[in-house]
Design a protein around this ligand. Structure first.
Ligand code: 2M8
Length: 440
């Protein structure tokens, strides 16, 4: 049984963190490490804020859409308050070379499109018709851009051109895909991400060089979508990004229907993704979903928590869901606790070569992943497993505070402190009635 007074303490702490990171129109993901607005952080933060300050939640979303590019892209970082000690600084992106750049300083990349889903969730709880009407055109334009400017081979599956677009930046799946990328010439830059967080919990220098090299390629090509598809050394179809997009298309379609807007275009994207998703990503021999390296014309055979994202989208069949759960989620060599690890869900399978329990996306538990995969498990009828993920997420936050990620062995907090989406999703999980009662 959940200990409700302690949970109240966690909720109060989470609200304090969201208030503390609030800069007026946007919320910093981390007060020192991440002092700007990030795309999927903003969406998840809005979901948490909506539980106690709905107007502020809507402000967060409006601020994010203010950075939308003329071609529809919603960027991954928005520098509302100008430069800080964060690298890349706004000028490093050189976005003004693109005719599509907005007036606001932003990055030149995007991030997982979870926003339409969040808008629909908030609206389902407290109707916000006028707001939905205002933001719908921007959401539609973003999804259209993803399904066209980022699509190849005549399907609506989206490509990403930089690991940062996946949100799981140095996941071993990208480290593997970046093996062949040899930076030719690097622009001068200075890493700042290891000022506030120990080196061992952040990407290696070699990986960081590749991140920077890719940005340099994109700015030299003035962010022209067709050129980037043609020349980006990193071109990948990310299983989690596409699962999030598919789910967001479903939510966008529901919003369109309610607004009396046409839904045919969205239905065509949904049909195309549904028709191609499993053929592209499902590895029947291993019973796992794998990303696809478009440049190498080959799947990226690395087992990470992204494999569970199709559950969130309703893209896995009953048999596929059962294999993911029984062969992998429950497997102590991969994701389930064993004598070395107490907490679910390691972000990389523990038997992967590059698994590292304290390094960024290489192994630690992330609260957003636990939440999203729990929702997916519930959607597929695996409520007991979903409860395990929620229970562990809440236990970790109580044990070690609202950190960016956690060591699955002992629950120690890593990365940024007072982390925004951990706080927001603590509130979301605590507010969902299903977590209280007999199951705990
Ligand atoms: C991390 O990414 C940024 C670059 O975008 C960084 O490491 O500096 C990722 O975890 C990403 O998913 C997240 O949105 C961002 C802010 O929390 O931090």
């Amino acid at each position: 049984m959940a200990d409700e007074p302690i949970m109240d303490g966690l909720r109060a702490q989470a609200e304090r963190i969201l208030r503390g990171n609030d800069v007026g129109e946007f919320t910093k993901p981390g007060p020192r490490q991440y002092p700007h607005q990030w795309n999927w952080d903003a969406a998840l933060i809005a979901l948490g804020l909506a539980h106690f300050d709905l107007p502020r939640a809507l402000t967060e979303i409006r601020a994010l859409l203010r950075g939308q590019w003329r071609d529809g892209m919603v960027p991954h970082i928005l520098y509302h308050t100008g430069p800080s000690d964060y690298f890349p600084e706004p000028d490093f992106w050189q976005i003004t070379t693109s005719p599509n750049a907005p007036a606001l300083a932003t990055s030149g990349l995007t991030q997982p499109p979870v926003l339409a889903t969040v808008v629909r969730m908030i609206h389902a709880r407290t109707p916000i018709h006028e707001f939905v009407r205002q933001v719908y055109p921007g959401l539609l334009r973003w999804h259209r851009w993803l399904h066209t400017a980022r699509a190849i081979e005549g399907t609506a599956l989206a490509c990403i051109i930089h690991p940062w677009e996946s949100g799981t930046d140095d996941s071993p799946r990208w480290l593997r895909a970046m093996d062949d990328i040899i930076p030719r010439e690097l622009p001068p830059y200075r890493r700042r991400d290891t000022v506030h967080v120990p080196d061992a919990e952040r990407p290696s220098d070699v990986d960081y060089e590749r991140f920077v090299y890719l940005i340099d390629v994109f700015r030299q090509n003035r962010y022209e979508a067709a050129r980037l598809l043609a020349c980006s050394p990193f071109l990948v179809q990310d299983v989690m990004f596409n699962a999030i997009l598919y789910r967001a298309d479903q939510d966008l379609s529901a919003l369109a229907h309610e607004l009396g807007e046409p839904t045919d275009e969205i239905a065509a994207w949904l049909n195309s993704v549904r028709a191609n998703f499993n053929a592209r990503f499902w590895d029947d021999a291993r019973g796992l979903y794998m990303d696809y390296n478009v440049r190498a014309h080959a799947p990226i055979c690395v087992n990470t928590c992204a494999t569970f994202a199709p559950l969130w989208a309703g893209l896995a069949s009953e048999q596929q869901a059962a294999r993911l759960v029984v062969e992998h989620f429950d497997n102590p060599l991969e994701y389930a606790p064993n004598t070395n690890t107490r907490y679910r869900l390691p972000s990389t399978a523990k038997n992967e070569r590059d698994y590292a329990p304290r390094r960024y996306w290489c192994g630690p538990v992330w609260i957003n992943m636990n939440w999203m995969i729990a929702e997916g498990l519930r959607r597929c009828g695996y409520d007991t497993r979903a409860d395990l993920l929620v229970r562990d997420a809440l236990a970790l936050m109580q044990l070690s505070g609202l950190r960016e990620y956690y060591d699955p062995r002992d629950g120690r907090g890593c990365g940024a402190t007072d982390f925004g989406w951990s706080a927001a999703l603590a509130i979301e999980m605590l507010s969902s009635k299903s977590i209280f009662g007999a199951r705990f």
